[in-house]
Design a protein around this ligand. Structure first.
Ligand code: CA
Length: 158
């Protein structure tokens, strides 16, 4: 086991950041909340923004694992209307609603297929380990809001 301790200071606060390689996986970079009221992608985006968050950014495999754990806890895998939920990803050269750069992706093997040239929004499918599909944006689905975690240790973990 490798352990590294980082001490950072900002705005009068001291932060202790402990990294245990091979023992604790990197924490998710985002806080997530599932909303089970079905909405179109655009309405879901507005809803999240009113809640001081945004439609979900999924930026790392740790984020995917966090969401999969939440989905299992919330029994989403076996509840059809909760199985496929909107993320913040949309087709405009692929962008995240919250504005972060698109680099990580977790598509199903046959996706994105832009069926009928009309699939501009992206769902995570929790009967398939949270993998992504592009879909028509006007379909009403449950969705995920996220906030970037203001974690002073971010960057030290990566
Ligand atoms: Ca598709």
């Amino acid at each position: 086991m490798e352990a590294l301790l980082f001490i950072t200071a900002a705005a009068g606060k001291i932060n202790l950041c402990l990294r245990l390689s091979g023992v604790v996986s990197s924490p998710s970079s985002h806080e997530y909340r599932f909303v089970y009221e079905p909405m179109t992608w655009a309405d879901a985006q507005s809803y999240c923004r009113r809640m001081n968050s945004d439609l979900a950014t999924i930026a790392t495999m740790e984020d995917v694992e966090t969401l999969n754990k939440m989905a299992v806890m919330n029994n989403m895998v076996y509840t059809s209307y909760r199985t496929k939920v909107w993320t913040g990803l949309y087709r405009d050269g692929w962008k995240w609603s919250a504005g972060s750069r698109f680099s990580f992706s977790y598509w199903k093997s046959t996706e994105p297929n832009n069926n009928n040239g009309n699939e501009k929004c992206v769902l995570a499918t929790f009967d398939a380990l949270g993998k992504w599909e592009d879909w028509r944006c006007d379909v009403e689905k449950a969705f995920i809001c996220s906030k970037f975690k203001p974690d002073k240790c971010n960057g030290w973990y990566k």
